[in-house]
Design a protein around this ligand. Sequence first.
Ligand SMILES: NC(=O)c1ccc[n+]([C@@H]2O[C@H](COP(=O)([O-])OP(=O)(O)OC[C@H]3O[C@@H](n4cnc5c(N)ncnc54)[C@H](O)[C@@H]3O)[C@@H](O)[C@H]2O)c1
Length: 264
Amino acid sequence: MSPGRLEGKVAIVTGAGSQLDDGVGNGRAAAILFAREGARVMLADRKLSAAEATLRMICDENPAAEVEALEADVTSDTDCRLMVERALARWGRLDILDNNVGIGIGGSVVDVTEDDWDMVMRVNVKSMMLASKHAVPAMAASGGGAIVNISSIAAMRPSRLTPYATSKGAVISLTRAMAIDHARDGIRVNCIAPGPVYTPMVYAGGMPGELREQRRRASPLGVEGTGWDVGYAALFLVSDEARYVTGVVLPVDGGVSITGPGRR
Ligand SMILES: NC(=O)c1ccc[n+]([C@@H]2O[C@H](COP(=O)([O-])OP(=O)(O)OC[C@H]3O[C@@H](n4cnc5c(N)ncnc54)[C@H](O)[C@@H]3O)[C@@H](O)[C@H]2O)c1
């Protein structure tokens, strides 16, 4: 058997669980794919049982997989520090960080409460800064690494989710700034902008069939996106195959972001 694409590497995935134990979101898909390709993976989630469900999925596939479920709230500086320390203590290095955690808050600037605005910025943007603050020195000490930040096409095509869209725009700016800051440490920083993918984040609360169909049809391909599509993009960006790729925003959206009125 040929070695996996991430053989020998150590990864942290934040939000590696999912809102539903049997669902596959962007974080869970990435964690599973990283492990399949030979990475040792720290599965960090605010909800330990969600991370443990991912661990079971991975170990069911491969009982020899080296993975650990960790309870960590990435809006906490302490938890982010402990998350990185735990990966280093267990595996002695850090190569990959998938900053996947994000929440959706809708409304306009008129509708949104100050508390909700602060929360979406804290969960979607500050968390990535905090996780990276601790991960970057560990990666630099390991000889380099790769970070992938999960944004959204809502950053480019806002649709009545102004707080969310603003936070995801900040994720793009953060990605580009970090890509410059840490390039000479051998750390690549890229960003994925998922489109309307069908993950527990959007269907856990119940999604009418009509809306699901509308989201599918939004793609010129007429194909419904899943967490796996985002996971495979993350796998490419963190692998050595992307060694010459940094600071990019990769839409994974079935072409939604290239459509215009009346175009499909
Ligand atoms: N599904 C979509 O259509 C879509 C589109 C664009 C972008 N995204 C982005 O994808 C990312 C999430 O994807 P997912 O499918 O994995 O979601 P998910 O809901 O399946 O899983 C998110 C996980 O994050 C955990 N979490 C939430 N807050 C946390 C915190 N503060 N600290 C640690 N863990 C926390 C949750 O417990 C959950 O297990 C988000 O950044 C989201 O904005 C999704």
